[in-house]
Write a protein that binds this ligand. Structure first.
Ligand SMILES: Nc1ncnc2c1ncn2[C@@H]1O[C@H](COP(=O)(O)OP(=O)(O)OP(=O)(O)O)[C@@H](O)[C@H]1O
Ligand SMILES: Cc1ncc(COP(=O)(O)O)c(N)n1
Length: 270
């Protein structure tokens, strides 16, 4: 008998230049040999210089996207990206609770590297109270972790405390992406806290490049793809960290400023 090919779902915004958002998620699913389905939540007009416009999709349309997928496909893992405001978060929460869409990776997208706001500040509470408790894994970057844990992060001990606070909010597993904005840093260190209580640091070389659009999306999408294939959480996180690092290291020239990372980089080391 034929078995179902692994299928994953991205619930995210479209980024018109293809470097981040849903496009980065689908590139990653494809590269990790997982079929990618998509629930589009919003669309942004942008390029490698930044984002210039954004619209949200209507709630009824998003409900229909979920319904059609759930009626036909066998989604084994899902991830969220840009959700814009409380209305979109609640729409996604209601649909995720209604259907069987596998474990949920929450990438709490708040702002872009260029400082464009992708989630209204009034929606932080909804994110904390409604979506984070559903997260199998949450993948904030350094700044998102500070906002959601409501604390300043000044050193590695603070990062560990923030991860614990995010777990206390209901996320089963947490990976906080380390800071990467200093010219003289040698490594980027992400901190992982698992449901079992096990914790560890993932350290990789820091790459000096502007071509880093979509790193966070790619990390969370790769975790989702690995979960869809049946990998355990720790393996999925370790593979994703390596996949992103190799994609940053092997830069490609697309766009003139903050271009996309290279989803086609050789994966020999993973
Ligand atoms: N210049 C870099 N060199 C090495 N690793 C990096 C670099 N930039 C980001 N990373 C890694 O990429 C992953 C994503 O982290 P990042 O902080 O960029 O997420 P993000 O800010 O959400 O990204 P984005 O804004 O693209 O969504 C982490 O594993 C982080 O360590
Ligand atoms: C539609 C959309 N979603 C998310 C991001 C953030 O991407 P990242 O944090 O990976 O740079 C983005 N720039 N655009």
């Amino acid at each position: 008998m034929l078995t179902q090919f692994p299928q994953a779902l991205t619930i995210a915004g479209s980024d018109s230049d293809g470097s981040a958002g849903m496009q980065a998620d689908l590139h990653t699913f494809f590269r990790r040999h997982v079929y990618g389905a998509s629930v589009l939540t919003a669309c942004v007009a942008g390029n490698s210089y930044g984002i210039h416009d954004a619209v949200n999709l209507p709630t009824e349309f998003i409900d229909n996207e979920f319904k059609d997928l759930a009626e036909d496909y066998h989604i084994r893992a899902s991830k969220t990206g840009m959700l814009s405001d409380s209305t979109l978060i609640n729409t996604v929460v209601n649909n995720y609770q209604q259907y069987d869409l596998g474990p949920l990776v929450v990438d709490p997208v708040i702002t872009t590297k260029h400082g464009n706001v992708l989630l209204e500040e009034e929606a932080y509470t909804t994110l904390r109270d409604e979506l984070i408790p559903l997260a199998t894994v949450i993948t904030p970057n350094f700044f998102e972790a500070q906002k959601l844990a409501e604390m300043e992060i000044n050193d590695e001990a603070d990062m560990e405390t923030a991860a614990q606070k995010l777990q206390d909010l209901g996320a089963s597993n947490v990976i906080i992406n380390g800071r990467h904005d200093s010219e003289d840093q040698l490594e980027v260190a992400d901190f992982v806290l698992l449901e079992s209580g096990k914790s560890f640091w993932l350290r990789d070389p820091y790459h000096h490049t502007d071509r880093v659009n979509g790193t966070g999306d790619t990390l969370s999408a790769c975790i989702t793809a690995e979960l869809a294939k049946g990998n355990d959480i720790e393996s999925a996180i370790r593979i994703a960290k390596k996949f992103v690092n190799i994609a940053i290291q092997n830069e490609i020239i697309v766009g003139h400023k903050f271009g996309p990372i290279n989803h086609w980089a050789p994966e020999d080391e993973i």
